[in-house]
Design a protein around this ligand. Structure first.
Ligand SMILES: [Zn+2]
Length: 420
């Protein structure tokens, strides 16, 4: 059963098109919002302006520095058995340089054990860990997308050996050349300037009525330079901003506070959320829960996840029933920005497009491809995200028996269990 405040929240959530309107502006005006760039800064100010319009308390930018880069040109040439150029994408943070040698195709990390990769260039999908390839002796790396019609994938790589990406179809052609002609030799160049950059988390508050505890609603607004980064992760930012707007209209009835944070530099290794957890260390004990949304608002039903809190299953079963949504629910590790909070023992969760756990189902989405654009975001699903997030937040704040934080030992124990 929904109470009166929850009914008002539902009414607001399903009659507002603001999340998609805001997301359209974020994507069409500010592009991929690659962390540290001018458009990243302008996007932060745009989001802060929305917080101001919605009357969130103390809207502000919190600056931090991180190891970032400016991506340059790259090229890949097949020298033999037949000469041709293959279009590439420079992977962010790759060392600048060149590599040449025989190309070897590798399917999974375990294939590396039986392979002599010394001095070779590895052709693998972006599921394959680059570090393992370098440990096996590889001097260069070519990522192919594991699925067709996705273009070349992007994603920050460790600074180990020159690395580029190509589309699935070009990867298949190179594999055919290896299979049919025995040996393929390639040369490629990469250009990428790595340096310390500045970026900004965008924070705003909803002041409730109680004083014990708060919920943090987060997503990351930075993306990659090759697309609009609507699914990963502009949609998340506009969903949590909308939750903030609506919760602010019922703040008198909230038994605690809410903070909305759009993080940055997630794509470079969760720098924004890590900086936030350090800067606000003294507020961590009062955090009841944090949602970090990532890859939501697409065409699949929206699902909720928590990072292994089985005692919350009845809470989410009741929520699903009261909202009348399919809302699949799963226990799994949340996205990158939840890690800094998970490490501290804070209960964390996410609201995402439905998918099976693991890396391959994630790679079936348009994230990190040039097709991650705002036209693929579904308003109704954004509204579902807002309803799930806002209603569950009010219930967390009102709960009398909310789970306490995990101790350091319990966090370590969970890590051991998950790595087995
Ligand atoms: Zn993301």
């Amino acid at each position: 059963m929904l109470n009166e405040i929850e009914k008002r929240i539902i009414g607001e959530a399903y009659t507002s098109s603001r999340p998609l309107e805001n997301l359209t502006t974020l994507c069409d005006d500010y592009g991929g919002r690659f962390a540290g760039t001018e458009e990243n800064r302008e996007a932060a100010e745009y989001i802060m302006g929305i917080y101001e319009e919605y009357g969130l308390g103390d809207p502000r930018l919190e600056p931090f520095t991180f190891q970032g880069c400016e991506v340059g040109e790259s090229s890949l040439r097949v020298r033999g058995p037949t000469a041709k150029d293959v279009p590439t994408l420079t992977l962010p943070m790759t060392p600048s340089g060149s590599a040449e040698g025989e190309l070897v195709a590798v399917e999974t990390a375990s294939d590396l054990e039986s392979l002599d990769a010394e001095g070779k260039i590895i052709l693998g999908t972006n599921r394959l860990p680059l570090r393992a390839c370098v440990e096996a002796g590889a001097v260069g790396f070519v990522w192919m997308h594991p699925f067709p019609m996705m273009g070349p994938p992007t994603g920050v790589v460790p600074q180990l050996v020159p690395a580029v990406s190509i589309k699935h179809e070009d990867g298949l052609m190179l594999r055919r050349l290896i299979d049919l002609r025995g040996s393929v030799s390639v040369e490629f160049q990469t250009g990428c300037e790595v340096f310390e950059r500045e970026s900004w988390n965008v924070c705003g508050d909803v002041k409730g009525d109680g004083d014990d505890g708060y919920v943090l609603l987060g997503g990351h607004y930075d993306g990659h330079e090759i697309a609009q980064a609507a699914f990963d992760c502009g949609a998340a930012c506009m969903a949590v901003t909308e939750m903030g707007r609506i919760l602010n209209t019922v703040s008198d009835g909230l038994d605690g506070d809410v903070r909305v944070v759009c993080f940055s530099a997630e794509e470079f290794g969760f720098w924004g959320s890590r900086d936030y957890a350090k800067r606000h260390a003294d507020e961590m004990t009062d955090m009841l829960f944090t949602y970090q949304l990532d890859c939501n608002g697409g065409h699949e039903p929206q699902m909720a996840t928590v990072d292994y809190w089985p005692e919350l299953e009845p809470f989410y079963a009741r929520l699903r029933n009261d909202l009348g949504l399919p809302m699949p629910f799963d226990q799994r590790m949340g996205p990158g920005d939840s890690r800094a909070f998970h490490e501290l023992g804070v209960p964390t969760g996410s609201i995402i497009d439905y998918r099976e756990p693991g890396r391959l189902p994630l790679l079936k989405t348009v994230r990190h491809t040039e097709y991650d654009t705002v036209d693929k975001i579904n308003l109704r699903h954004l509204q579902d995200d807002v309803a799930i997030g806002a209603i569950s937040t009010t219930r967390m704040l009102a709960s009398k028996d909310w789970p306490r934080h995990r101790s350091k030992e319990e966090v370590d124990e969970l890590k051991r269990r998950l790595s087995d």
